[in-house]
Design a protein around this ligand. Structure first.
Ligand code: SF4
Length: 169
């Protein structure tokens, strides 16, 4: 696990994290170099805590306390923060959640991120539930990489297997 860059966390602890370049690169950008000399070029932005699935370990049946809307990043704030980080050397941003596809402004966010000079890659991690409906629009907006997380399917399969073994499936 990498240590988060102090300056980055100051922006919004709940919604931002930074990734480390595997090999340290020579750079004059000192802001995103941590105390171990690792240069961070990769930023993850969580667009929402909400999700259209209910994986037990993440969204228990009794629910979780969600952040009120006024405290969530708006489209403009996401872009503004992204610009600041790109200025400091970030060249890859990954959009995550919760589930990022439930944000109606997702294509706008991606499009505006792609306009930022110096940002090479905009990626997204999704549970894939509505991907077939949204993929074309997201691609048109400029999305470079999609990672589909299968954790929820894996958990369901394991639960089914356990139920079958116990004779309750
Ligand atoms: S798909 Fe991901 S974000 Fe959604 S409930 Fe499952 S683990 Fe949580």
């Amino acid at each position: 696990m990498h240590k988060p860059v102090r300056n980055a966390w100051k922006f919004c602890r709940r919604h931002l994290s930074v990734g480390t370049q595997p090999k340290p690169v020579l750079s004059t950008k000192e802001t995103l170099t941590d105390l171990f000399g690792r240069y961070h070029n990769y930023l993850r932005i969580s667009l929402t805590e909400r999700c259209n699935l209910r994986c037990q370990y993440c969204m228990p049946e009794e629910g979780v306390k969600l952040t009120e809307k006024p405290h969530l990043l708006t489209t403009d704030e996401v872009i503004k923060i992204a610009r600041l980080f790109v200025k400091e050397g970030v060249d890859k941003i990954r959009l995550t959640g919760g589930e990022p596809t439930i944000r109606k402004d997702l294509p706008d966010i991606i499009y505006n991120l792609k306009q930022i000079e110096g940002l090479k890659t905009v990626a997204m991690t999704t549970n894939g539930l509505v991907l077939t409906k949204q993929l074309v629009a997201l691609q048109k907006a400029g999305l470079d990489i999609v990672n589909v997380s299968w954790t929820h399917l894996l958990l369901r399969s394991m639960k089914k297997l356990q139920e079958e073994k116990a004779g309750i499936g």
